[in-house]
Design a protein around this ligand. Structure first.
Ligand code: 13P
Length: 247
């Protein structure tokens, strides 16, 4: 699996800032030792898709509706994201689970909608600090994985990406050690293999949570860490690229 680096801009950016960040990324994207993508706020998809044409940097969104179309004020459908050239969409980020009450069931529907529109969902899983300290990491992640794997056909499972984001590591500067992350990634890989041997081979499992230029290399050396889902550091072109060169 070729490494994949996805920037999750979260609720950051402006027309001016996006333009300069993407221009800097485009100029040096050839240096990356893997594929690059940015997941931008929905209102900037049009701007970013235009800037990224023929850049080799893929475009993604940060959320998608669990419905196909209809009277759902404020929602953006998978078909709309596809219309703007999105390749990826993040689904079930812990910030959406926590602040927007997204359930495992809703997240599974979102992943299905994304796939039906030809997008690759990046499904996020991860435990809280309290869950880790209570020794419940495996149980929590199993539940999150089962929720969406159970609604997918085995062959559909090949077309998704899983991101392991320990919640206690997001935006805190506390990174999981490479061994801690690898242990969970190996377990995620086993879950995928149970569903489809092919998915076990094909599916990228990304690590997310305070990934920085200084800690990326040792994480990326782990056999089941196929790249990163990067928040803060993806807003600085030099840092995002430095991570993508740490292979
Ligand atoms: P940080 O890299 O800022 O910790 O964010 C990680 C994340 O949540 C990416 O989706």
């Amino acid at each position: 699996r070729r490494k994949l680096f996805v920037g999750n801009w979260k609720m950051h950016g402006s027309l001016v800032a996006n333009g300069s960040l993407l221009r800097d990324l485009k100029a040096a994207a050839w240096e990356a030792q893997g594929d690059l993508a940015v997941c931008v706020p929905a209102c900037y998809l049009a701007q970013c898709s235009e800037i990224l044409i023929r850049s080799g940097i893929a475009l993604g969104a940060q959320d998608v509706s669990s419905h196909t179309t209809g009277a759902y004020t404020g929602e953006v459908s998978a078909r709309m994201l596809q219309d703007f050239g999105c390749k990826y969409v993040i689904v079930g980020h812990s910030e959406r689970r926590e602040y927007h009450g997204e359930t495992d069931e809703e997240i599974a529907h979102k992943a299905q909608r994304a796939m039906a529109a030809g997008l690759t969902p990046i499904v996020c899983v991860g435990e809280t600090l309290a869950e880790r300290e209570a020794g419940r990491t495996r149980e929590v992640i199993n539940m999150q994985m089962d929720a969406f794997l159970s609604v997918l056909e085995p062959e559909e499972t090949n077309d998704l990406i899983v991101a392991y984001e320990p919640i206690w590591a997001i935006g805190t500067g506390m990174t999981a050690t490479p061994e801690m992350a690898q242990e969970v990634h190996a377990m995620l890989r086993e879950k995928l293999v149970e569903k489809s041997a092919e998915a076990g081979e094909l599916v990228h499992i990304l690590y997310g949570g305070s990934m920085r230029p200084k800690n990326a290399r040792e994480l990326l050396q782990m056999p089941d860490i196929d790249g990163g889902l990067i928040g803060g550091a993806s807003l600085i072109a030099a840092d995002f690229l430095a991570i993508a060169k740490s292979v």
